[in-house]
Write a protein that binds this ligand. Structure first.
Ligand SMILES: [Zn+2]
Ligand SMILES: [Zn+2]
Length: 245
């Protein structure tokens, strides 16, 4: 896409000849916006198989029965994830989310798009959306890291991004530390679709940075299905994992 060429050109002007992989710091040629070298890309893309990502919720189970989505009931959700929420993969998303390091969204979104492309899922996607923050929270933080990722995933896949239609209706206190049931309950009425006609009969990829229990993504997927979306798949950078890595 044209904007990416412009950005590459600008990068080249600012940092001539020094493009590093964000994961191993090796110099890479001609991969400015990707920000990941071929070896790291290959290693990262193999993780969901090596660590047995659950085909339903993306949780890395290490081959055991998935302890995360057993109580999902009839939620039609399906979540794809790239890496376990651990080590450098966790650090990167942490810097993106709390450190405001938007440039990290380049390699992360690129690998997310690759993960989706390499999956067996239908490629006839109409729309990319992201999990919204409540406007108060976004104002406080100044950005929404999931929107940063979603906009770029849309760019890599050549699809349209809609960051307006899915909205957050409630401001919940931090979910961390809350029991599973409570998280689910808190989330149930947290989201809405502002213009249902824009998602009707559409195939949607819903983007978030990290998934733990999947409660947030499930709540979003549910309202999108209620608005008669045809198919919704969630795609995240990292997912929870059993202590295997
Ligand atoms: Zn590398
Ligand atoms: Zn699962």
């Amino acid at each position: 896409m044209a904007w990416r060429k412009w950005r590459d050109a600008l990068y080249e002007l600012l940092f001539p000849g020094s493009h590093q992989c964000f994961f191993c710091w090796k110099e890479v040629e001609g991969q400015v916006v990707k920000g990941v070298c071929e070896e790291c890309e290959e290693k990262i893309m193999a993780l969901h198989k090596e660590l047995s990502g659950c085909p339903r919720c993306g949780h890395f189970t290490g081959g055991k029965e998935c302890p995360n989505c057993y109580d999902w009931g009839d939620v039609p959700g399906r979540i794809l994830s790239v890496v376990p929420y651990s080590g450098i993969y966790r650090d990167m998303v942490y810097s993106l989310k709390y450190g405001g390091r938007e440039e990290l969204a380049d390699p992360l979104s690129y690998l997310m798009a690759q993960r989706y492309d390499a999956s067996e899922l239908s490629k006839g996607v109409d729309l990319i959306m992201s999990v919204p923050l409540h406007p108060d929270r976004e104002e406080e933080r100044g950005y929404n890291q999931s929107a940063w990722l979603a906009r770029r995933v849309a760019g890599w896949l050549g699809k349209r991004y809609d960051g307006e239609n899915l909205v957050r209706l409630r401001y919940e206190r931090a979910q961390t530390g809350l029991k599973r049931e409570k998280r689910k309950e808190n989330m149930a009425f947290a989201f809405g679709v502002a213009f249902p006609e824009k998602v009707r009969n559409k195939r949607i990829i819903l983007i978030d940075d990290v998934t733990t229990t999947g409660a947030t993504l499930n709540a979003c997927m549910r309202v999108l299905y209620e608005a008669e979306a045809k198919e919704v798949v969630a795609l995240t950078w990292a997912a929870g994992y059993e202590k295997i890595v």
